[in-house]
Ligand binder design. Structure first.
Ligand code: AMP
Ligand code: ZN
Length: 664
């Protein structure tokens, strides 16, 4: 009883902190304290699985896998909104409404139109039971596992909530988190995501909820539907939703007149760029629910609501020059250098031109007056040319065919959006980019060495690749600009220390195209050492979980290259880790290779996580649901009878915890 109470208290406390932090944006304890409490709860839950609770804050970290998102019917249809683009459109709409409602005074609530992925959440007895995407409005995909990882979505409500209802909102990816995600992708040599909206909706469809948990998604709510809810107005609804623990943005207003509505629109058209997330308009709703019911719906949208779309902010300016950037992987990105201009509150000097096709399609030329827009993207883009301003001496843009840094002829493979400089080992930004990646925090994490120093060392001819770092001496460094004795010493020591970095991170640090952190971990685990990995064929590699053809081919190509092999041989000589440590290896075998296990119920000797780890460490796979591919069902206490029936009908062997331990 004591333990149960303790677990429950911790859950309540963590829920409250979670709410303060993610919904109110007002933390009252430090991240560290929060983590300690969460760890304590995790440990208790693991030790006492009988107190499992589907609403526990520990579930936020994800882990559940959804292989196929089930399509389910919305209990209440999700409608679209009619759009308006001008004051006149809005006034017409209000006249139509007033005509239907007669003389009754009509109030409106104004809210912002959040630009993300629509979602409908079902709550029963204060518990989140389901989250469906909008789909076609009649049915959507069940993304509950992923929704549960979004910290601002309450798993357990508080206050006087009705026993059952759906609440609608928008999953958004705030700018700051989006920029950080892209920064990491660039560091991994991956293409950055285009805009927050698509990335938010893409996130909902990731199979691994642990990956969703890592994305800084947010959920903004705006409407409650259900039967017998006893709500009288939209305005009251927003307040109630807030009271129950939902994140309902404060930027909303109850308006008594059309002028007030227009004022709200005007204000936010100017100030929306100060918000942390993207909005694309204002939604105006008739406030009274009774009025709403009288007005009803057309075949696709409510008559009682109207979206007012902001115009995408656009300015025109002169394109002075097109320059070309070369990335670590050799990808070429054209950049527009503009006559500085004020757009959405910031001065814009550069804009993305994306690739050669884009320039050709829009016929963009140096000297043109171009239209620049800031949409959901962080970097503004050029959306068109003001042809009326084009001068007679203008001539079409010739996309470069040689690398601006090393003059090698560029290549473009069928299907690639970009041109590439193939001079991997001779092109300066590619060389320094690779070394910068090697030393970066998530790779070898070399202290005392930064990106600029890498460029300096390269320019001075002291390094040509990351293996050269290990030969640097204090005496070589001290004469360099801004290099004191102490910093030279730190640099040399930092490099020497890096030989302790484990194999999986070394593998990531090598900078193999498409091999990010996660893939590097998977490969390290599957192959244990670099020699085995080097021998693997593309087919074999594709047998590893989540390794597709593109990655497999890139790995094979990397290890075919003499220069890479030479660098690896040198790194090995300097003591860099090229195999999984003996300690880690000791606990790993191939005993369960090719077998898939489903684990269900409560166990005596091992926690469920320990069991899963044992399966994976011994080469087996953990499945989330029983199918014809399942080899064994490890059944514990309190396993549901339906699982047993399903396993029996598919002929899956059912084994106990003891049987399982016996297999090892
Ligand atoms: P549309 O997709 O253009 O038909 O616009 C309708 C969508 O706007 C709805 O499906 C909602 O997902 C979204 N939306 C964003 N903010 C709001 C809001 N405050 N009220 C209602 N809908 C909103
Ligand atoms: Zn080049």
């Amino acid at each position: 009883m004591e333990i149960k109470k303790k677990i429950e208290n911790l859950r309540t406390e963590l829920r409250e902190h979670n709410y303060n932090y993610y919904v109110l944006d007002n933390a009252i304890i430090s991240d560290y304290e929060f983590d300690m409490k969460l760890k304590e709860l995790q440990a208790l839950e693991e030790k006492y699985p009988e107190f499992y609770d589907a609403g526990s804050p520990t579930l936020r970290v994800g882990g559940a896998i959804t292989k196929n998102f089930e399509t389910l019917v919305h209990e209440h249809r999700m409608y679209s909104l009619d759009n308006s683009y001008s004051k006149e459109d809005l006034e017409d709409w209000e006249k139509r409404i007033q005509k239907i409602l007669g003389d009754a005074p009509v109030e409106f609530t104004c809210e912002l139109k959040y630009d993300g992925a629509s979602i409908s959440l079902t709550y029963e007895d204060g518990r989140l039971v389901r989250g469906l995407t909008r789909g076609d409005g009649f049915q959507g995909d069940d993304v509950t596992n992923n929704i549960k990882t979004i910290r601002s979505v309450p798993l357990q409500l508080k206050g006087d909530y009705p026993p059952k209802f759906d609440i609608r909102g928008e999953i958004v990816l705030p700018f700051e988190g989006f920029a950080k995600m892209n920064q990491e992708r660039i560091e991994n040599g991956e293409e950055p995501y285009m805009n927050p909206r698509n990335t938010a909706s893409g996130s909902l469809k990731l199979q691994d909820s642990a990956l969703v948990a890592e994305r800084p998604l947010d959920c903004l709510l705006y409407s409650i539907v259900g039967v017998n809810l006893k709500l009288e107005s939209q305005w009251q609804m927003l307040g109630k939703a807030r009271d129950w623990g939902f994140k309902v943005p404060k930027a909303a207003k109850l308006c008594k007149t059309t002028d007030e509505v227009l004022e709200f629109i005007e204000y936010w058209d100017k100030h929306r760029h100060e918000l942390p997330y993207e909005t694309d308009g204002v939604v105006i709703k008739v406030n009274s629910i009774q009025h709403q019911e009288e007005l009803g719906y057309t075949s696709k949208s409510p008559r009682w609501a109207m979206a007012y779309k902001f115009k995408a902010e656009q300015v025109s300016t002169i394109l002075n020059e097109i320059t070309y950037q070369v990335g670590r992987t050799g990808a070429i990105t054209p950049v527009a250098n503009l006559e500085p201009v004020l757009l959405a509150g910031t001065t814009v000097k550069r804009a993305s031109l994306h690739n050669a096709d884009q320039i050709e399609k829009l016929d963009i030329r140096v000297g043109d007056t171009v239209f620049v827009e800031k949409g959901g993207e962080i970097i503004p883009k050029i959306v068109g040319v003001d042809f009326s301003q084009r001068t007679l001496d203008s001539h079409p843009t010739n996309y470069i065919d040689h690398c601006p840094e090393c003059n090698t002829q560029l290549e473009r493979t069928e299907g690639d959006a970009k041109h590439y400089c193939p001079n991997e080992y001779g092109c300066p930004p590619q060389i320094t980019g690779r070394i910068q990646h090697y030393i970066s925090r998530k790779a070898m994490d070399i202290e005392g060495l930064g990106g600029e120093t890498v460029e300096l060392l390269f320019k001075e001819g002291l390094i040509k690749n990351y293996a050269d770092l290990y030969l640097l001496t204090k005496e070589q460094l001290i004469p360099l600009e801004r290099m004191a004795e102490k910093s030279a010493e730190n640099l040399v020591n930092g490099v020497a220390e890096s030989v302790k970095i484990p194999f999986e991170r070394v593998l990531f640090a090598l900078g193999i195209r498409f091999v990010g952190e996660t893939v590097a971990k998977k490969l390290a685990k599957a192959y244990k050492n670099i020699d085995a990995l080097m021998m693997a064929s593309a087919e074999e590699l594709m047998g590893v979980d989540e390794i597709g053809q593109r990655i497999a081919e890139s790995v094979v190509l990397f290890f075919k290259n003499e220069i890479n092999l030479d660098i690896i041989a040198r790194l090995r000589e300097y003591g860099v880790q090229f195999e999984v440590s003996a300690e880690k290896l000791q606990n790993q075998t191939d005993l369960l290779k090719g077998q898939t296990f489903v684990v269900s119920g409560v166990f005596e000797k091992l926690s469920r996580d320990e069991l899963k780890k044992l399966i994976e460490d011994n080469g087996g796979k953990v499945g989330s649901s029983i199918s014809s591919k399942t080899s064994y069902l490890v059944a514990g206490d309190k396993m549901g009878p339906s699982k047993r029936t399903k396993a029996e009908s598919l002929g899956v062997s059912i084994i106990s915890e003891t049987d399982f331990i016996g297999m090892l």
